[in-house]
Design a protein around this ligand. Structure first.
Ligand code: ADP
Ligand code: MG
Length: 219
């Protein structure tokens, strides 16, 4: 499923995401911009692959003209990277959201470990577009935690993870709630992967999911 669909699920589980809308034509984009009074925005292709930023599929627009120029560029764009195969994928939809000012980018994901057939929570305070490099070169920056079958961490485990992330005060409280909600969604959706990258901290200490990815085994 696409990012916007994954975000709808996160929202249902109480995880905060920036406002968003999806369009598939330039006319729809103009309508959204007019109705929402957007002056600056992030635009992202909706394709079944991650790594869109590095492939040119994420654009930060500083004014309305840039929004429309990027919209025209992204609609129909072909994305080719190591997650798409060499034929790539074509974007027929684009998500648009207000720009969020953040101070930190975290990674939070739940994934099925095929070898042990268990769920694993992976957390890192160095989230963002370079997470694969972080995992490869500095694996100690990732915390891995086995997910109990009922999908519920004990309070002590939540605190351990939240402190590993460096969260304090209300950020810590929000972070624990987000981890619990992510696990609940992961288990209830029978997902093989549910990740938030980046999960960002704003200047006011609030946590917000800027990107979401959900995969469900299709067999
Ligand atoms: P992908 O993971 O496919 O590259 P993301 O949605 O994670 O795509 O976007 C890539 C980067 O763009 C993020 O790591 C973040 O730095 C930036 N970004 C995404 N959404 C926003 C937003 N609403 N406001 C500001 N920056 C954003
Ligand atoms: Mg991302």
């Amino acid at each position: 499923i696409h990012e916007y669909q994954a975000k709808m699920i996160l929202q249902k589980y109480g995880i905060a995401v920036p406002e968003f809308a999806v369009f598939s034509t330039l006319e729809e984009c103009k309508e959204i911009v007019k109705n929402s009074n957007l002056e600056q925005a992030v635009l992202k292709v909706q394709v079944h692959a991650g790594g869109r930023g590095k492939a040119g599929g994420v654009k930060l627009a500083k004014n309305r003209q840039e929004i429309f120029d990027f919209a025209a560029k992204l609609l129909g764009m072909q994305i080719v990277n190591n997650q798409t195969g060499k034929e790539g994928v074509i974007a027929s939809q684009v998500i648009i959201s207000p720009l969020v000012a953040y101070t930190k980018e975290f990674y939070l994901g739940a994934v099925i470990d095929r070898e042990n057939a268990t769920g694993v929570l992976i957390a890192s305070k160095e989230g963002g577009m370079d997470i694969e490099e972080v995992a490869e070169k500095t694996p100690e920056k990732l915390l891995k935690y086995e997910i109990p079958l009922n999908g519920e961490f004990k309070e002590t485990d939540l605190v351990t993870i939240a402190e590993f992330m460096g969260w304090k005060g209300k950020t810590l409280t929000q972070g624990k709630t987000i981890i619990s909600a992510l696990l609940k969604a992961f288990v209830e959706k029978d997902a093989t992967l549910l990740e938030i990258n980046p999960l960002v901290e704003t200047a006011t200490g609030d946590l917000l999911a800027l990107d979401a990815k959900l995969s469900v085994d299709d067999n």
